[in-house]
Design a protein around this ligand. Structure first.
Ligand SMILES: [Zn+2]
Length: 262
């Protein structure tokens, strides 16, 4: 940590205060507030100087701002994942870092991701229309509901609002927690099962534009039947059906838009 008078922070600047050893992976992690962090592992302890001091993650909670502590927690998880996943569990070949959170085996093609705890899916409505994002992955462009993963130290409600904002730039309020399901995430050799929480939200406007341009090419509103056919994943179609019937019930009782229902 960097010492500034009586406060502490994560060191900032163009160069790391400690030299990186050769061949080490430098990870890039972006926090919920958009702070870009670089993280790498070092073998030897760093001696205290007038400018810097090394301190454990738990202890740093008392010294760092919440934003910096959250960033420290996140890079700690990624570095742990990096150190404990060096070789392909299928064929033993050293893994190659492909993306900030993905490693790939150059021999058999197996992809390794960190264990991801909780996911969210959000159905955003504006009057009679539903918000879809056009996302891009390795296989091309597809339509999806707003979705994402819980960040360290974030509540589900904060996560939902952040993902909607990042993926569509729409400000939306939660109308109803629709439910929870198990989500299977397929990598070529693994099926990872995790919880996914669904929310029904109401948008403030029809204007949408993704903020994370690298993954989301576009976003827009569609009628229910159009949206149903445009969605790629069957679990999203099921969530759409359930959330749509919830919406119709609320509307029939004249409750849509007048209150928040958690
Ligand atoms: Zn392999």
């Amino acid at each position: 940590m960097e010492k500034n008078d009586n406060a502490f922070s994560i060191p900032t600047g163009k160069n790391a205060p400690v030299t990186t050893s050769e061949g080490i992976t430098v990870h890039t992690i972006t926090t919920t507030t958009g702070m870009v962090c670089k993280a790498f592992y070092t073998d030897s302890p760093i001696a205290e100087t007038p400018e810097y001091v090394q301190i454990g993650l738990r202890a740093s909670y008392d010294y760092l701002s919440p934003e910096h502590y959250q960033a420290a927690g996140k890079v700690h998880e990624i570095l742990y994942w990096d150190r404990s996943n060096r070789f392909c569990p299928t064929c033993g070949t050293p893994l190659v870092q492909k993306e900030p959170i993905m490693k790939k085996c150059p021999n058999c093609g197996r992809e390794i991701y960190p264990v991801i705890s909780t996911a969210i899916l959000v159905l955003v409505r504006k009057e009679d229309s539903l918000l879809l994002v056009h996302a891009r992955n390795f296989k091309g462009t597809f339509n999806s509901l707003v979705a994402g993963f819980l960040e360290t130290g974030e509540t589900l409600e904060e996560c939902v609002a952040r993902e909607v904002k990042e993926e569509t730039n729409v400000a939306a309020s939660i109308i109803k927690y629709v439910g929870k399901s198990q989500y299977t995430f397929n990598t070529p050799n693994d099926t990872v099962v995790k919880d996914v929480h669904w929310y029904l939200m109401m948008a403030d406007s029809y204007h949408s534009k993704p903020q994370r341009e690298e993954y989301f090419v576009d976003s827009g509103y569609y009628k229910y039947h159009e949206a149903y056919h445009l969605l790629k994943f069957s679990n999203e179609k099921q969530i759409l059906e359930k959330a749509y019937s919830e919406y119709l019930d609320l509307k029939k009782s004249n409750l849509w838009g007048s209150h928040k229902y958690f």
